[in-house]
Design a binder for this molecule. Sequence first.
Ligand SMILES: [Fe+2]
Length: 331
Amino acid sequence: MPGTTDNTAVAADWNLGPADADTCERLARTLSADGGDQVDSPAWVARARDAWDELPLPLRRAVRRFRRHSGPRGTLVIGGLPVDRAALPPTPAVPGSVQRQATVPAALLTMVACGLGEPLAYLAEKSGALVQDVVPVPGQEAFHGNAGSVPLSFHTENGFHPHPPDYVVFLCLRADHDRTAGMRVAGIRQALPLLTPADREALSAPEFRTTPPPSFGPDAASGAGAEPRPVLSGAAEDPDIRMAQLVTAPLTPRAAAALAAFGRACEATARTLRLTPGDLVVIDNRVTVHGRTAFRPRYDGADRWLQRTYASADLRRSRDHRPDDGHVLAR
Ligand SMILES: [Fe+2]
């Protein structure tokens, strides 16, 4: 029901048909046939970029339309991608886990990232890997980031950085045991009407300081050098967002009140996505915040497992941050 809001748990916007899923799998298997740690190599990304052109038309069309305009929710959920559950290894349970080896899921994510633009990673986060595991890690239950299992508050990805990703792409490999874990998403296009003119004005003023999230390591969180920025920028009627409830600090009383109102507007319009294996989620990080409900990991090899990659619509913009014109932002 495009254009409506609700708080209910939802499944995919649409599902890939079996023949199209087979085409995706064939292409992804070709890319992963040699195995090996290729995912971060420019040559492998180039092969994935070329393979994008051969993906089924409904998938390419949905992604291209989303790229032009990400809709009222700023989120696209496509079910039915090929994830061979029988062949999956145990869910990783170590800190900083990433996917450097070419696999079917890594190939799917990279092809889609190339359809959105180009994949992107940050050297300080998960060692700069282009495809990252989002898994619960023993002892990190309370960690406010992708290794945790306590609720994760609303945020845009890497809003502190001069070049945040334009898109965040997730593929669900395994759901959590209890099916209680939910990805929460809320878009500014639905939240904006709930904000007063005074709140919008305050959110558009450079009265907020956003520091790196905990996933960038303890040293990054000092916030040294972080310039005050607005939470909302660009077109007043369709603004971009940069914020994280955990690490965005309001610098004035009106900024604090407006940030609280923004949080309430997100809560009122949020959807909870209960992902199942094969669900692909594309989040327009410019207009959408995301978070997660709590869940209970068992650390038995069958815990919740998402893989994630970032995409930039215009990689050139960040050239001065990327040595050798690679896909990793070194600073
Ligand atoms: Fe996130």
